[in-house]
Design a protein around this ligand. Structure first.
Ligand code: PNS
Length: 159
């Protein structure tokens, strides 16, 4: 079975993330959304919240699974016998870092292939950081994140 892993922090999940997951789910037999457990990064949302938000917004996609991982992505891939990593590319500026990560991951586990999916043009500007910045000042999140997540994110900022 062709399984693709889509790793990230998802703090929180955006419409751009959901777009990549949706398109990948049409390309691969199964998509594993792998949420990084990274206490040092002090995410705004706990691991449980990030996983739950992703499960909520992908519940209509039968071949999508949401899991958590810690440590190196290459080790997670090897331990689970996965070989394909999906990354979304928003702009040329994403490429240098993502190319470095792709080569590092392949050096650590030589079965890994990274597949880049270009962002849809309407989400090219979008990131979790932008979502948090807009929410902090009580801005309208409806064009930025799946609508089910808007109240959860706004309430974290006291609205
Ligand atoms: O959503 P993000 O924060 O851009 O996702 C980054 C992520 C989770 C894909 C990346 O930080 C990652 O793979 N972290 C795990 C540690 C690792 O394997 N790093 C790459 C080799 S040094």
């Amino acid at each position: 079975m062709k399984v693709a892993v889509y790793p990230g922090s998802f703090d929180p999940c955006t419409n751009g993330h959901l777009d990549i997951i949706t398109r990948a789910s049409g390309l691969f037999e199964k998509v594993v959304v792998a949420v990084l457990i990274n206490e040092k990064k002090h995410p705004l949302f706990s691991l449980e919240e990030r996983v739950d938000m992703l499960k909520t917004v992908t519940r209509h996609l039968e071949n999508v699974e949401v899991v958590a991982f810690s440590g190196l992505l290459a080790d997670f891939m090897r331990q689970n016998n996965y070989s394909i990593i999906i990354k979304g590319l928003r702009a040329v500026s994403d490429f240098e870092y993502e190319f470095q990560m792709a080569l590092t991951n392949r050096t650590l586990f030589d079965k890994i292939e990274t597949v880049f999916i270009p962002s849809s043009s309407e989400f090219m500007f979008l990131s979790s950081s932008i979502v948090k910045e807009v929410a902090k000042y009580n801005g309208d999140l409806t064009p930025l994140v799946p609508k089910e997540l808007v109240p959860r994110i706004m309430s974290r900022f006291g609205y």
